[in-house]
Structure formats: structure tokens, C-alpha cells
Design a protein around this ligand. Structure first.
Ligand code: EPZ
Length: 419
């Protein structure tokens, strides 16, 4: 199996630039389906999930080409309205092609999405919302037959939970629908605002993105454009947590600190010094880490669930007792038993983890269970004593561009090899 070999106990140093956001790029690429012409996306990260999105678009008849960090997508010609199960299972965000296909073609056949096993991850909120907009969705043995015989129309939609994916799916479906759609209790994540920014660049009429009420007034056509994808705030958090664990000083470039305040505040409480200016975040940790007040993951602007595994790794070395409550996913502590193999003292009960910080973590043979847990294990290994063998790194490749290259640049001894 492909794995990382990481030799620990090296402080980090130097600087690193953050790539474009996976969780902004994926809905934006789905949004390209709504445009009958060429779209140029700059700052598009080179990730397996991005490649999977290109495969889905190509299967529908679109053309996708990459040059460096620029992805060019042309959905002028659509030849199919069926996405094979094997492509749908590659990632969670394949669910966004429900809204995009209905918005463009008025029909599609697809199946339930795949993605990291963080819990049940149903799409009931997506389906209910699209049905309110005039879609007919029949489910049989996991296959969804979707159509909008009279086209999609605007609707007033109240989400019982501010679901990121459901908000994105509704926006994609509403952009070309007849009339106005209002989403109440919409997700407020920055990636939602980036999708809105892209759709508005194409001519969509959207307001309220970033708040809990988003209004989309459908238009008749969306036009080709160029768009720069926002930086990845969770990749930035990954580098910050690596520096917090390994110690030393690190400059992280191409960041938006205001999108990471809960993570920055937590790392400062744990004993790091952090300064942000002009799109850069400088972090140094030159004293022992200390336990922090309870961490509770919440929808944005609360503490981001995607950074929870990363800060759990940091807290495993923080003197004292820390408590982490995971409120978003029911199964997002699969990192913890792997950290225990490295010498961490973590007791996990349902959605609560109690962490007794330890002075030292030790290299061990550990396995990634999802992309953020995998990155957290790499960060923990960078600060551990001895050699760590980290397996299942294909999970990491879904969300991190050549993580071994980035971590090597800042002083981590890591290499990709068969293990
Ligand atoms: C997006 O997932 C992100 N993925 C996740 O990042 C992120 O953790 C999550 O938002 C929360 O911020 C992408 O953007 C590709 P949700 P999504 O819909 O859209 C429940 C990563 O590491 N729910 O906000 O799936 C759901 O089960 C990934 O990059 C329903 O019950 O998140 C979960 O418990 C991991 N019914 C909660 O809501 C629905 O119809 C949050 O889900 C939809 C969601």
C-alpha cells in the first residue's frame, strides 16, 4: 500500500503557501455545468476529488483540461444525463450534480454519493428542497431518477440544519429556475460565498451569501467567465497545527485569517504566538503546549469540524485535560485510536473526547480513516519521537496537494513510499 514514512522530532521553519480550496472548487466545478461555454478556474487545487469531478463532467459530455493550477471546463455540449454509480461513489460532493443537472438539463439519473465515512451523511435535506422547486425524485435500490417536467421554479426553503451541501445544491438548482428562491437557515461557510461569487460572475442574481438567508433570483442564462478560487482554510489550519505540534516558527501565505478565528484563538490559548497581516499568518511555538477550554464543533462561524482532528492531535500533547465535542458528524473521532497507538491518552465516548495531554508521542504504524484524520496523523508524526508509517494516504490525496512536498518544504522529514 502507498504510505508516508515520517521521521519525527524536527521543528518546522520557513514559509508555505496555501492552495485553492477543495470545498470551494468542488461546487464551483459542478456549477460549470450551468454554463454553455468555456469557464476558466484559476487556483484550482490538484486533488483526486477534483479529478473525480472532471470525470463526472466528462461523462456528461463536457470537456475539462488542466494547465498547472488552472482548470478549463467547457459544458457547451451535453450528451448524457446519467452519472454511473462508480463515479457517484468517489466523493460526497457528487451529490451536487443533482442540482446542477436539474438546473441545466431538467433531468438526471444518479445514485447516492460516497465520501469519507464520518457518519450516515444522508441527503434528505437536498432532496426535500429540490422537490419543493418542482423536481420529481424517485429512489429505487439506491438509484435516483430525477426530473423537472415543467422546469424548476423558485421556492421558500427552510433548512432544519444549515447543511453546506444542501445550501450549495439549492443555489445550483435555483440559479436558472423560474422566479425567486429563498433559503432560510442557509450555511454561512466561506465556500458558500465563493460559490455565490462564481455564479454571480456568470450572471446569476444572488444576495445574502454568508448570512443565514440567501436569495437567488433565477435568470435565463449563465455566461462563460474566469474565476479565482478562494484559499483552502482547512489546509491553512493543517499547517498551523503542524507548527503547533512540532514547534518552531512558520509563515503561512495565501490565507484569510478571519475565516480561521476559532482555530487561531484555540492555538493561542494552547501556547502559540500567532500574528496575521496582509494575507499571511505567522505562527511560533517555543513553550510547552497547554490544555484549553472545551472545543465544540459548530456550523460556521463556529469551530470548524474539519479542523477538529487537527486540534485533537495538538491537544494530545497539551499539558492538562482538554475536552472536544463533535456536534456535526456522529463518527468523526476515528483518528483517536490511531493517536493512542502513538502514546496519546484519549478517552472517546460518542461525540465527546477527553484528552489528557502527554509530553511525548511516539512513532508507530497508523492508518488514515479520512482526509483530515490522515493529515492530523502526519502532523502528530512530525512531532513524535521515532519513525511513523502512515497508511491509507489515498484519503489524504483527496484533500491535500502532495502533502509530503509541502511538509518537506517546512522541515518535516517525510517521504511517500510503499509500506
Ligand atoms: C461539507 O460536507 C464539507 N464537504 C465537509 O468537509 C464539511 O465537514 C461539512 O460540509 C461541514 O462543514 C464538502 O464541502 C465537499 P453538511 P457536507 O451537509 O455538505 C447532516 C472535508 O473534510 N445532513 O453540512 O456533507 C450530515 O449528515 C469534508 O473536506 C443531513 O442529515 O456537510 C452531517 O451530520 C468532510 N441531511 C451534517 O448535516 C442532509 O441532507 C453536516 O452536513 C445533509 C446533511
Amino acid at each position: 500500500m502507498q504510505g508516508f514514512i515520517i521521521e519525527g522530532s524536527n521543528r518546522v521553519g520557513g514559509e508555505i503557501s496555501v492552495s485553492g480550496s477543495k470545498n470551494a472548487a468542488l461546487p464551483i466545478i459542478a456549477g460549470c455545468l450551468l454554463v454553455s461555454g468555456e469557464v476558466i478556474l484559476r487556483g484550482c487545487p490538484e486533488l483526486s476529488d477534483i479529478y473525480s469531478s472532471a470525470r463526472i463532467l466528462s461523462c456528461l459530455g463536457c470537456k475539462c483540461t488542466r494547465s498547472g493550477d488552472t482548470l478549463t471546463v467547457n459544458c457547451k455540449e451535453i450528451s448524457r444525463d446519467h452519472i454511473p454509480d462508480k463515479l457517484m461513489r468517489l466523493m460526497r460532493s457528487s451529490s451536487l450534480y443533482l442540482g446542477a443537472c436539474l438546473g441545466r438539463m431538467g433531468r438526471c439519473t444518479l445514485s447516492y454519493p460516497g465520501g469519507c465515512e464520518l457518519g450516515a451523511r444522508p441527503i434528505d435535506l437536498h432532496i426535500t428542497a429540490l422537490e419543493k422547486m418542482g423536481a420529481e425524485i424517485k429512489e429505487e435500490h439506491g438509484v435516483l431518477e430525477c426530473s423537472a417536467p415543467s422546469g424548476l421554479h423558485g421556492a421558500q426553503i427552510s433548512l432544519s440544519f444549515p447543511s453546506v451541501g444542501a445550501t450549495e445544491n439549492i443555489m445550483l438548482a435555483a440559479a436558472l429556475a423560474k422566479g425567486e428562491t429563498v433559503i432560510y437557515n442557509s450555511a454561512r461557510e466561506p465556500e458558500i460565498a465563493d460559490l455565490a461569487g462564481f455564479l454571480k460572475r456568470c450572471g446569476a442574481q444572488i444576495s445574502g451569501e454568508g448570512t443565514s438567508v440567501i436569495r437567488i433570483c433565477g435568470v435565463s442564462e449563465l455566461y462563460p467567465c474566469e474565476y479565482e478560487i478562494m484559499p483552502d482554510r482547512i489546509v491553512a489550519a493543517t499547517y498551523l497545527c503542524t507548527a503547533a505540534l512540532a514547534g518552531g516558527g512558520l509563515m503561512v501565505k495565501n490565507t484569510r485569517a478571519n475565516e480561521l478565528r476559532p482555530v487561531i484563538d484555540l492555538l493561542c490559548e494552547a501556547g502559540c504566538d500567532i500574528y496575521d497581516y496582509d494575507g499571511r499568518i505567522y505562527i511560533s511555538r517555543n513553550r510547552p503546549l497547554k490544555a484549553v477550554s472545551t472545543v465544540r464543533t459548530m456550523p460556521y462561524p463556529g469551530f470548524p469540524t474539519d479542523a477538529q482532528p487537527l486540534v485533537t492531535a495538538v491537544l494530545s500533547r497539551a499539558k492538562g485535560v482538554s475536552v472536544v465535542v463533535e456536534n456535526i458528524f456522529e463518527n468523526r473521532f476515528r483518528l483517536n485510536p490511531e493517536l493512542v497507538r502513538m502514546g496519546a491518552d484519549i478517552k472517546t465516548e460518542g461525540r465527546i473526547a477527553v484528552i489528557e495531554g502527554t509530553d511525548t508521542l511516539y512513532g508507530a504504524r497508523v492508518m488514515a480513516s479520512d482526509l483530515r484524520a490522515g493529515a492530523a496523523l502526519a502532523a502528530a508524526a512530525a512531532s513524535a519521537q521515532g519513525i511513523t508509517e502512515l497508511g491509507n494516504i489515498e484519503f489524504i490525496d483527496r484533500g491535500y496537494e502532495h502533502l509530503e512536498r509541502s511538509l518537506s518544504e517546512i522541515g518535516v522529514k517525510i517521504k511517500r513510499t510503499k509500506i
